[in-house]
Every structure is written in structure tokens, then in C-alpha cells.
Write a protein that binds this ligand. Sequence first.
Ligand code: NA7
Length: 540
Amino acid sequence: MAHDRYDLVIVGAGAAGIYALIRARKLGLNAVVLERGDGVGGTWYWNRYPGARCDVESFDYSYSFDELLQQEWVWSEKYSAQPEILAYLEHVTDRYALRDGIRFGVHVESAHWNEERLEWAVAAGGGDTFTAPFLIMATGVLSTPKLPDIPGLDDFAAELYSSAHWPVTPVDFANKRVAVIGTGSTGIQIIPEAAKAGAAMVFAMQRTPSYSLPARNRPLDVADHAGVKQDYRGMRQVARATMLGAFTDTRDRSALEVTPEEREAEYQRLYDYGSPMRFASAFNDLLTSEPANRTARDFVAARIADRVMDPEIARKMTPSGYALATRRLCIDTDYYETFNRENVTLVDLREEPIESITPEGISTSAREIPLDMIVLATGFDAVTGTLRRLDIRGTEGTLREKWDHSPDSWYGVMVHGFPNLFTVTGPGSPSVSSNMFLAIEQHVEFISDLIADSRAAGVTRIEPTEEAERAWVQHVAEVANATLLRDAESWYTGANVPGKARAVLQYVGGVGPYEDLLRHEAQAEYPGLMRARATEGVGQ
Ligand code: NA7
């Protein structure tokens, strides 16, 4: 049972924790990263299921903080697959010689604030404790899987996998009867792979159909790299000022102010390009106007009908009842076409809900489906899930108690009642509705600048005021309520987890405007924060 002291503890060695360590070392801090896995990568370490791939283009979905790094790294595909993203994160870890600052296999269980000592005590399984005045939770937004509450799940006698804890050794689908439960981004990626890998039958268990666009993934060639790398820095600057934090080629006009032919042509152009960010940015009112959104939905619905040969299956796979992009707008490689194969069956759970899982397979209200394998692609307790599960105790109680009521936060980066605790891409920040790498860089830079500034000024305690937090939460809600996201029935609002407080978990005011607000906070010397020096009381 060791007790180690640091200047800074960082929890999580995903893209956020890695960058936080790089910045901490630049500041000369004695920092440690605690990681429960045996390697770096976070989400990209655990989600190694076949077909796992990013949905933001590789040139955007990577760090921008070092021009040399971005010039030297060569992405092989428009949308990188999980092994390549993981290799990239490992490369970054080695390139900046970070491994000796990361403790692997450490399961953090609690973090308690000590008001006398002005420090956090982070306790891990096995009894080890790590203390530091500053704590960064880089625990990810899609890191706590949400397993389904289906009776009999533990009784299944054959192979059972969760997409978010996929085994390192290859899984063999050949000649097996495989059910994939869930048709969000993950199910949409796994189902075609299982079918291609020779499964005897893939049962796609669909409760809510997603909208999905062809990714048009392709190898990147020398010309692609030259095109971007001749001015990578400039491209990043443009991306950073956009709504989504990626290069989106947006036209600032309404879907309703153009002719139907122009609209169709624009949708087709972006559909042919293959990017959910670009498609969702086709017009400036797709997320704010129901009639505008409907034009995009109708376009995608018609394409689903083109891609699925059986009109009845196409009908079942066509979403209805929610606006496009209020649930993740997916991209796919041959997802709909997969349902034209002999070895794929759509099981529409709205018609025949799952009643139980038996040792032999799945019982729906209509039939028994004998199976050799079940894959759970049932999503995550997103954004707040991991932090709510840890015992994080501040001045007035636990973060869980606070967030069970409402996921309040100051810019998604600090929480009133939890001094010197920082969350990377927390609730109320652009996070998952933007390019996550950029969102991570924004936060880590803001946090490390704040720590540096505070240490230089002799500040030992930092906490957002209640008023500043309330004002931010209100602003986040106002912006969200002006969009169709206010009605979203998806993980974007916590709707997929029973009992979870309902709120739009992202700031949808845009990455560029959000960065301006953060910059303003820093330039104005953080008016939303109480910053106290060692000799002062709280509230100075
Ligand atoms: P998602 O997008 O939350 O999708 C989860 C899917 O699992 C969704 O289709 C759910 O249907 C389905 N689900 C969940 N529980 C059940 C039960 N009990 N029975 C049947 N079906 C169920 O998670 P993903 O992992 O696909 O994607 C998460 C993000 O990762 C993605 O958006 C990208 O940002 C990367 P439901 O919608 O609840 O009817």
C-alpha cells in the first residue's frame, strides 16, 4: 500500500490523459497518469471490435499541438480504423517519452478533497493512494458501457462479448449464428464485418434505427497528404473556429431558402463526399428548424430505400419520429447493403421485443433464436457516466449526488464544490458533438494554462463560483433549447440510461464560439473562479 505525492494526478491515459501529461511536463510539474488498462488509448484501447473506426476524418481526428508530429504522421485512410488510432496514440506516448509517467493497471476508486491540506487523495484498488493539489479527470466520455438489463443475460452458455471490452485475441465469426444487439454507430460497424467474416447468420437486433450515410472511406494517397500538409496549421486554425472543430466546408444559408433542386444537389454533393459533419452542416438550420431537418431526413430515407433491396426491410430500417443528428448521425461501410446478403436477418425489436436471454439464445415475443454468439453494442453511460460511478467527494458531497440532480458544470471543465478538480470534455462543453481531439486540446490547454497561472500567482485553491456555474448551465440549456436536440431521445441527453438526469450533455453553441469564451475567461483573469492564495480564505 503505497502513498505517493505529486503536483498533479491525471486519471486516464486516453487522448486526453496523454496530452495532459505532455502539458504538465512542459510546466515542470511532477505528474502521474493512472490508467486501469494495460496500455494507453482509452476508448481506442477498449473498443477493438471489428469495424471500429472514427467518424471524423483522420486529418482532423488527431492532435494539432505539434506541427512536426502532424507533418510526420501518415494516416493511411480517410477514416482510421481502431488499430491505427491506437498505434498513433502509442507513437505519441513514445515520441514524448511519457511511459514512465503512466501507471498501468491502476483502478481508481475514489478521489476525496482535503480542505485543510488543499489536496486530492486518489485511492486505487489494492490500497494505493496518490495525493496532489490538482486532479485532472481525463476519464473519457464513452468509457462506461451500458449493458442491457435483459433477464437471463448471464445465463447465455456460448460466446458473449461487449463491443466496449472486446478481446485482444481475434473473435471467429465463421459459421456461427451471431446476434448483434444495438444499431448505433457500433452495431452499424460490427454487423457488416460479422457478415463478411462468414457468420452462418447475423441477427441484427434493431430497436431504434439510426440514420447512416456511406463513409466513402478510402486509402489516402500522397496527393491527399500533400494537399493537407502544405498548410496543415492553417487548416487547423480554420477548423478550430468552426462549429464542429473540423474542416466542414459549410455554407451559411437555410435549407428552406434554396430551391428543392439546389437543396437536393447540395445533399447529394455531401452524401457523395461521405462525412456526417459535413452533411449535418449542409445548411445552417438543420439542427434548429424542423422543416429544414425534414428535408435532410427525406433525402437520407430515400437513399436507404436505394440501398436495401427488400422494401419491407428498408421501411423497418428507416428512422422515424426523431430529427436527423439528434441521435448520432452515423457513417458506414456497406451497412445497408449487408441486409441484401443471405446471411443477415433484421430483427425489428419494436415488433418483437427481446423477452429474455436463455442458455441457447434469445427469446423475443415472437420466437426463439438459437445462437452461438451474442455481441452487445448497447452504448454507453455517456459523458458523466464514469465520473458518476467513482466516489468523488468535494466540499459538499459527491459528484454523483450533484449530477444525479443535474449534470452542472462550469464550461464542462470545473465543478462548484470540487476545488482544483478538472474534467476534460465534461458536460456542458462541445465534446462529443465536435471533433474530440480538438475538444480535448482546448480543455487541456485551458486547464494547464490555468494551473500555471495559479501556481505563478501562489493560488492554491480554485473553484468556480455557484453563480458562474449556474450562468453557464443556463447558457448551455438556452442554446440547446433553441435546437431540435432539446427533444433528443438518445445518449446525447442521457435518455438511454434509466434514472439519469435529463439534459443536453454537450454545448452546441460551437467549438469556435466556445473557445472565444474560454479565452475571454483567461484574459479577464477568470472572473467565474474563486482563486485563493495559501494565506487567504476561500472566496478571495
Ligand atoms: P448508441 O449509439 O447508444 O447505440 C446503442 C444501441 O443499442 C441503440 O441502437 C440502442 O437502441 C441499443 N440498445 C440499448 N439497449 C438495448 C436493449 N436493452 N435492447 C435492445 N437494444 C438496445 O451506442 P454506440 O456504441 O453504437 O455508439 C456510441 C458512440 O460511440 C457513437 O455515437 C459515436 O460517438 C461513437 P435504442 O436507441 O436505445 O432504442
